[in-house]
Ligand binder design. Structure first.
Ligand code: MN
Length: 135
């Protein structure tokens, strides 16, 4: 069943090493030759799925296209996200993003400045942290 209404097809299953639950990543612009120093991808999170705490050396931009989800920076309240919301994440800021417990969630991700390196993955968002974020 795919009631997410994402405009892009679902991609590859995201790595279980750095995601809790099931998510899919469709790499739209891999930029393997570093022509743009920027990657663009569509991410679909099933209900309850989220990525680990992490940071991006070059920053990240999220454009929410479907469903309901959350973005949280370490030490701050989680932000509820709905389609048309935009999140600008500065370089080095520790955070996570993912679906609400009762809804799928889709965002386009943009990773600029990839010459500065890929994401630095940290520990999982615990069930306690997630429950608190989704309250
Ligand atoms: Mn991120």
């Amino acid at each position: 069943m795919d009631d997410n209404n994402s405009i892009f097809p679902k991609g590859e299953k995201a790595s279980a090493a750095v995601f809790t639950g099931t998510a899919y990543v469709n790499m739209l612009v891999p930029d393997k030759d570093s022509v743009y120093n920027c990657q663009v991808y569509d991410v679909v999170f099933e209900a309850g799925a989220r990525n680990n705490w992490h940071k991006h050396p070059g920053g990240q931009l999220l454009l929410v296209t479907a469903g309901k989800g959350y973005y949280q920076e370490r030490g701050k309240e989680a932000r509820l996200l709905r389609p048309s919301d935009v999140v600008a994440i500065p370089p080095g800021v520790e955070h996570w993003h993912g679906a609400a417990p009762d809804s799928e969630f889709t965002h386009i991700g943009i990773s600029p400045n990839t010459q500065k390196g890929g994401p630095e993955w940290l520990g999982p968002v615990t069930d306690e942290e997630y429950t608190e974020a989704a309250r």
